[in-house]
Design a protein around this ligand. Structure first.
Ligand code: ADP
Ligand code: MG
Length: 323
């Protein structure tokens, strides 16, 4: 049975709130910022066919839509507070809405972030989420803080989401259990929210990896005005990816996209503090290179003491408006 717009919102997207002074149902939600904190706000849009395959299970889609937004809060070192949900739906179909809402709200509960409003309209399936978090004044992690001599770090493993996509496209093959694991990385990324907060005051710059390592490292480089060297053999990868041909491994590691790991820099003297932040947040962290003076540009070496940098012309960061 098709639901009306307001029944649909009541039924699926009006969970009770505790932290917000007022959740959905009025013209605005009301939040109570903690004194001394700055609000961190970010929006990400997911469009069917562009950001997700139409075959993805609705509960996973709900999870991922919020996860990619939480990942932006993580990259700023912010603590999640509240989010809004703008939803364009072809039909008010309970078989989609019930699992979508449960995947979404399960992740919300895990990170104690509250759904406080949104907008709902008929149209092509599109999910826009705005997240609001808070971070102590002056402690937000920015893209602009990297300096020559800093070390370059990454959380987790890179490239699994891209490997899963290549299997879907028929360009790679994996045994069933390895495929389930990389598909999990693609469809149910776990945003590094605890690590981001643990890196406050430790990392000098940070970004979350959504468009591939080289592209996102480019954002840190531009905002910080620095160069960088990356060591290919240091890039953390799953056993499934490590078993793939070298060219595919490189593509997945350097330009994979959809990793939702944190890429960050820290002064060389802070390496122990970085490892402690990784331990405290239960997140693996790996050193993958170094920040250089701007004139060095970007160089990727096969290993830490390599002489000849790789040719990077094949790896452009993902850009929706470039052909
Ligand atoms: P308005 O027309 O004043 O913008 P709406 O009729 O669009 O209000 O929405 C009614 C209430 O339902 C608002 O409080 C809004 O925040 C909430 N709402 C609408 N869509 C969603 C959604 N997808 N998720 C959560 N809350 C929603
Ligand atoms: Mg509205």
């Amino acid at each position: 049975m098709a639901l009306g717009e307001f029944d649909l919102i009541e039924k699926y997207f009006r969970p009770p709130v505790q932290r917000a002074a007022l959740g959905g149902g009025d013209d605005c939600a009301l939040l109570v910022p903690t004194p001394g904190m700055q609000l961190a706000v970010s929006t990400d849009l997911l469009v069917e066919g562009r950001h997700f395959l139409s075959t993805v299970a609705p509960d996973r889609l709900g999870h991922k839509a919020l996860a990619v937004n939480l990942s932006d809060l993580a990259a700023c070192g912010a603590e999640p507070l509240a989010f809004t949900l703008a939803l364009s739906l072809p039909r008010a179909d309970a078989a989609f809405l019930a699992p979508f809402a449960s995947g979404l709200l399960a992740l919300a509960e895990q990170h104690e972030i509250e759904l406080v409003g949104g907008d709902t309209t008929a149209g092509p399936l599109t999910i826009g989420i705005t997240v609001i978090g808070e971070v102590p004044e002056g402690l937000a992690l920015l893209r602009s803080g990297a300096a020559p001599g800093d070390e370059l770090w990454v959380s987790g493993c890179l490239g699994d989401a891209r490997l899963a996509l290549e299997v879907f496209r028929g360009h790679a093959e994996l045994p069933g259990d390895a495929f389930s694991a990389v598909r999990e990385a693609m469809e149910r990324p776990q945003p590094r929210v605890a690590l981001g907060q643990a890196l406050r005051g430790v990392a000098s710059a940070a970004i979350d990896l959504s468009d591939g390592l080289l592209g996102d490292l480019g954002h840190i480089r531009r905002r910080s005005g620095v160069g960088a060297t990356v060591w290919l053999d240091a890039l953390p990868r799953s056993a499934a990816l490590a078993a793939q041909p070298q060219a595919l491994q490189r593509e997945c590691l350097l330009a994979g996209g959809d990793d939702y790991e944190l890429l960050f820099t820290a002064p060389a003297g802070a390496a122990d503090a970085v490892r402690a932040a990784g331990l405290a947040s239960g997140t693996p962290v790996t050193r993958i290179g170094r920040i250089e003076p701007l004139a060095i540009g970007l160089k990727v070496f096969a290993e830490a003491h390599g002489r000849e940098p790789l040719d990077l012309s094949a790896f452009a960061g993902f850009d929706h408006f470039k052909p």
